[in-house]
Design a protein around this ligand. Structure first.
Ligand code: AMP
Length: 363
């Protein structure tokens, strides 16, 4: 039933129906291969989770990710097609493979391409649609970044993961990969309360990067991240600075004083946008794109636009389709999962089995 292959130093023990494995990506969660599904004739992506049950943090994260993948059914969130383990008993159960729809590239690979307004606005529209759907399940992503967004050459887009659990483990313990924080909203970096528009900041960072071709706020560390933000957007008002804590606040004031933000026309000059030689509407689109950015990249969440309003913004509204944006919400995610304190064996066995989430696939 299973076949073992070594793909780029990683052992993949997969169901025989999957052939011709080729590595296409690696992330904090594991290695991803493209493969032929001989049963359906489709190409698929197979992710081998790295040590899914190594410790309680891994086991909980694995469980959360699976529950979410099983409940999310939207064209802009990745869909699970199959799930299997070659292990034959619960005691042995240590390997887990997820089979997903195969996409062509992640967004990092697209950011360097010169995107016209139609493509850019369509990508941003789909991202907002996928987020609106996640939010309707009670999931606020909080860690959206280009490597966790995948696209196809026909410009369709899907969100690959479901972000940070409400209570996160120590990320350093969880992964040998450097955790990218460039896209995290100020309120996440500060550990403050957050609402749905926490993810709008990340969309702003991603859209800005598509236009500029480089990361907007590439901080070397926590403090430098603030430098990069303030150098461009200016010192936030006192009420916001007060939330930063004494040392960060003093650091910012000593480094920047009361710095005014740069106008968005300077941050994103016309020269960075598709040029209007052939299309008279391009100037108009450019102004709209800049306007949307200026509403998403606001440090203070209470003044930042919402996902719902962003979907109505003239830059993306042309794509609005109720069958994509107003779909019934999925089963609400049970947040007690994030708070539960079970031992690994329980995550591995009891919940995954007895909740009958992947009845057909497990040992
Ligand atoms: P992840 O482990 O989910 O962070 O994925 C790591 C990388 O693998 C992503 O950045 C993508 O480049 C690639 N990848 C993951 N899933 C897929 C998929 N379904 N289709 C295409 N590429 C994928």
């Amino acid at each position: 039933m299973f076949r073992t292959e070594i793909v780029s130093d990683t052992t993949f023990t997969v169901l025989k129906r999957y052939e011709d494995l080729k590595v296409i990506g690696a992330g904090s969660q594991g290695i991803v291969c493209a493969a032929d599904d001989t049963k359906t004739g489709n190409r698929v992506a197979i992710k081998k989770l790295s040590r899914p049950f190594q410790n309680v943090t891994h086991a909980k994260r694995t469980f959360r990710e699976l529950v979410l993948m099983l409940i999310m059914k939207h064209k802009n969130t990745i869909r699970l097609l199959n799930l299997f383990t070659p292990n034959r008993s619960l005691e042995e159960f240590s390997e887990l493979y997820l089979v997903m729809e195969l996409m062509d590239a992640n967004l990092c690979q697209v950011i360097n391409l010169e995107l016209d307004h139609d493509r850019m606005s369509y990508l941003i529209y789909q991202l907002l649609c996928g987020l609106k759907y996640l939010h309707s399940a009670g999931i606020l992503h909080r860690d959206l970044k280009p490597s966790n967004i995948v696209v196809k050459s026909d410009c369709t887009l899907k969100i690959l993961d479901f972000g940070l659990a409400r209570i996160t483990g120590n990320e350093f313990m969880m992964t040998p990969y450097v955790v990218t924080r460039y896209y995290r909203a100020p309120e996440v970096v500060l550990g403050l309360g957050y609402q749905e528009n926490v993810d709008v900041w990340s969309v702003g960072c991603i859209m800005g990067e598509m236009i500029r071709g480089t990361v907007l706020f590439p901080g070397d560390d926590h403090l430098d991240q603030w430098n990069k933000i303030i150098q461009q957007l200016g010192t936030p008002p006192d009420d916001f600075l007060d939330k930063l804590g004494h040392s960060t606040r003093n650091y910012i004031l000593s480094q920047h004083g009361n710095r005014a933000g740069l106008p968005f026309k300077v941050l994103f000059p016309d020269s960075l946008f598709p040029n209007g030689s052939e299309d008279d509407d391009d100037d108009n689109y450019t102004n709209q794109a800049r306007d949307l950015l200026s509403k998403m990249l606001i440090m203070d969440a209470s003044k930042r636009t919402s996902v719902v309003d962003a979907l109505q913004h003239p830059y993306v509204r042309q794509w609005y389709d109720a069958s994509e944006c107003e779909v019934p919400p999925p089963t609400r995610y049970d947040h007690t999962i994030d708070d539960a304190k079970y031992p690994v064996e329980k995550w591995k066995g009891k919940d995954l089995h007895q909740e009958k989430l992947f009845l057909d696939f497990c040992p």
